[in-house]
Design a protein around this ligand. Sequence first.
Ligand SMILES: [Zn+2]
Length: 286
Amino acid sequence: MADVHPPRTDGTPTAELGVIGGSGLYALLDDVVEVRVETPYGPPSDALFVGEVAGRRVAFLPRHGRGHRLPPHRINYRANLWALHALGVRQVLGPCAVGGLRAEYGPGTLLVPDQFVDRTSGRVQTYYDGRVLPDGSVPEVVHVSMADPYCPPGRAAALAAARDLAWEPVDGGTLVVIEGPRFSTRAESRWFTANGWSVVGMTGHPEAVLARELGLCYTSLALVTDLDAGVESGEGVTHAEVLEVFARNVDRLRTVLFKTLESLPATRDCPCSHALDDLETGLPGV
Ligand SMILES: [Zn+2]
């Protein structure tokens, strides 16, 4: 399936690729245009920042809003993915900070997961909930496949980009997504580890699900900032520790992201691009 994004007639800058992550990721780009996008689900976390990376049009969305004002459980995930889709974005990278569930996944590890486990509660995780949208559109009942939640070419591009920079990534693993904003207890953390899961975070779900429901590609890049409570022997995870490790790694994470963006396929033929084939969604523009 070829992706064709005709320029929008209202002058809104379009983008083909999207990144949901912190402001440190686009701060160095020249000529970034700030775009406010309305959605049927309310406002996204912030404006979208549209710029160019290696000749590709990329929309950056600060997941937690500028100044990190939104905790993970209050992010409007539906509005975020919708806003990216509305600008023309079809492939999304979702970098996130996680805790390692195995001693060998210490701070600074980059893991590109191939599975997730949803341990959140109370998050709206679908566009297909039968509710009529403000413009009168009626979403159909749609069940998308989530057996393999992440985009295979997107994962391959991220892994290759990290290896190019001599940052040997962990290829595959399971990201447990917890509700937060608190960290895990030791018992929860040990239970995750005993199940064979790899890392734990708070934002990977429902981003991947909503992306799939819009037929978007989604690739998660999980940066380990700490060992989770069940693995380490000290006082457990602290917020300060997470921020410190993230700050130390943000430059190389940005470099990996930009390299990944550069090498994402120009046209898509991956399973995600066919997720909505032969389905009537009832959603405008989807
Ligand atoms: Zn894909």
